[in-house]
Design a protein around this ligand. Structure first.
Ligand SMILES: Cc1cc2nc3c(=O)[nH]c(=O)nc-3n(C[C@H](O)[C@H](O)[C@H](O)COP(=O)(O)OP(=O)(O)OC[C@H]3O[C@@H](n4cnc5c(N)ncnc54)[C@H](O)[C@@H]3O)c2cc1C
Length: 460
């Protein structure tokens, strides 16, 4: 066999239902040629990260599992560390690869990188072929009747549900074609230290395909109750699959198919969340300027006071608002934050502390295991009222009433703010000033609410 194709794994760390791998393997079958696999720890992305990063550890564990799965069928995953813009063309040259297969990533920086690589390969007489894999509908596949992008979620969701069918949900089979993979002995894989990181425990995130499967099986038992449980951070109501969706250790098609099959209010609500993810991805694809600008341009002009001490207190979970502090501490300690808490703490940063949403967006981007540019930007612009289909600026969350409603017994607060654990269910949401080792509120919500309304009015 001659080496003619290379599958480049990126945000798709699994060996089942994989678009690029499926196409590469089936194409190779008709030409009796072999397929090689590679993963690259991208040094240009990793360089800016701290030495301890849960996401890199999650990826490393998931890559290791993928490599082992390939080794079990007599094939291998080459694992490299460097700049893909240089490594991919060099590998193709070295291994006599004519075509590189990969799944599409529509983030602006990834589009730019893939464009560069495609041009380098083309100069060598080789091809980069990209496939839709991480969403059911991408780019401009769902448009309004006048051919415009959707700016409001509900009609987008309706159109998504009208367009979805068995064809777009069907799996890209891999198992029947695995004999097309090049047979080779397992190669060495750089350990975390060799790529510049210290090991960190990510077992609780259940990395890899096996972890994604375990979490999804567990969630399937609970999916029918999702609509009732999803808003309560102390309850195990959500799927915890976001980091797996981010790195492709689960298949979006399998998730959506299962939700449709289970049906009922819980499954439908959960499917809507998967559709939110696609809504934000298409939005960023249409409007790459959102990375730095507000969706509603007039709000770009808002002059946020940006008090640095308040920002530090918010980051550290020391604002004196227990639900906000517990949420921020959960983020700092685990890299996860429940969706309801993301909405509360984002709203608090912008509307109570009057800090530019981009500061919060950047902090989440550093800390979240599931950080995804489109969902994070969309979530922040929603909370800041600057985005498409955002909550109106005059609707401002009250952190204390949110706390009473969504953590009524303070169970979540007690877990992350142990200094408040002794308070009763009423006091825990707004502790008396005498509590030791816990700060007094750094702002007054009622006063800040008026200030936020005034600030946003300047842009109207
Ligand atoms: C300010 C803010 C920032 C956010 N940043 C991110 C981010 O960087 N990465 C990220 O994946 N999600 C982000 N979200 C969306 C949401 O909070 C998380 O997807 C969710 O909490 C992950 O937990 P889960 O997997 O248990 O979700 P579930 O409730 O089980 O939902 C299933 C999946 O649907 C998707 N989803 C759910 N809610 C949303 C949503 N509002 N927008 C887009 N997709 C959604 C996720 O992929 C999620 O895994 C953000 C939300 C806000 C308000």
């Amino acid at each position: 066999m001659t080496h003619t194709s290379l599958v480049w794994f990126r945000r798709d760390l699994r060996l089942f239902d994989h678009a690029a791998l499926h196409v590469a393997l089936t194409a190779a079958r008709s030409t009796s040629q072999a397929v090689l696999c590679v993963f690259i720890f991208d040094s240009t992305l990793l360089a800016s990260l701290p030495r301890v990063d849960r996401r890199v550890a999650f990826i490393w564990e998931s890559v290791r599992e993928l490599k082992q799965a390939l080794n079990q069928v007599g094939a291998d995953l080459m694992v490299r560390h460097g700049d893909p813009c240089a490594l991919i063309p060099a590998l193709c040259d070295e291994l006599d690869v004519a075509t590189v297969y990969a799944n599409r990533d529509t983030e602006p920086a990834a589009v730019e990188r893939d464009g560069r690589i495609a041009r380098s390969l083309s100069a060598l007489g080789k091809d980069l072929r990209l496939f839709k894999d991480q969403v059911i509908f991408e780019r401009d596949e769902i448009l309004t009747q006048s051919g415009q992008m959707y700016q409001v979620f509900t009609p987008y969701r309706r159109a998504w549900l009208n367009q979805v069918n068995d064809t777009v949900l069907s799996s890209f089979a891999v198992a029947p074609h695995l004999d097309q993979l090049e047979k080779c002995a397992p190669s060495a894989m750089p350990d975390l230290r060799q790529i510049g990181f210290d090991p960190v425990d990510v077992d609780y995130l259940k990395p890899g395909m096996s972890g994604g499967e375990t979490l999804f099986e567990d969630f399937c038992e609970r999916m029918q109750r999702y609509h009732e449980t999803r808003d309560f951070p102390a309850v195990k109501g959500v799927s915890y699959l976001s980091v797996h969706l981010r790195f492709g250790t689960v298949s979006i098609r399998e998730l959506a198919r299962t939700a449709i099959r289970i049906g009922g209010e819980g499954a439908q609500t959960w499917l809507s969340e998967l559709i939110w993810r696609e809504f934000y991805q298409q939005l960023l694809w249409h409007r790459p300027d959102l990375v730095t600008h507000t969706f509603k341009e007039k709000y770009d002009a808002i002059a946020f006071p940006n008090n640095r001490d308040h920002f530090s207190a918010w980051c550290a979970g020391q604002t004196g608002f227990p639900i906000v502090d517990a949420a921020q501490r959960q983020l700092n300690q685990t890299g996860f934050m429940h969706n309801r808490l993301r909405m509360i703490t984002a709203s608090f940063l912008v509307k109570d502390l009057l800090i530019d949403w981009r500061w919060g967006e950047r902090y989440f981007a550093e800390k979240l295991n599931d950080f995804d540019l489109a969902s994070n930007n969309g979530g922040w612009q929603w909370a800041a009222s600057t985005g498409c289909d955002a909550q109106p600026y005059f609707r401002i969350f009250n952190p204390t009433t949110q706390s009473i409603r969504f953590d009524p017994e303070g169970q979540f607060i007690r877990r992350y703010c142990p200094e408040l654990a002794h308070l009763d269910n009423r006091q825990i949401h707004a502790p008396p000033l005498s509590v030791e080792n816990y700060p007094a509120p750094i702002v007054d919500h009622a006063t800040q609410r008026v200030a936020a309304l005034r600030l946003f009015k300047t842009a109207e």
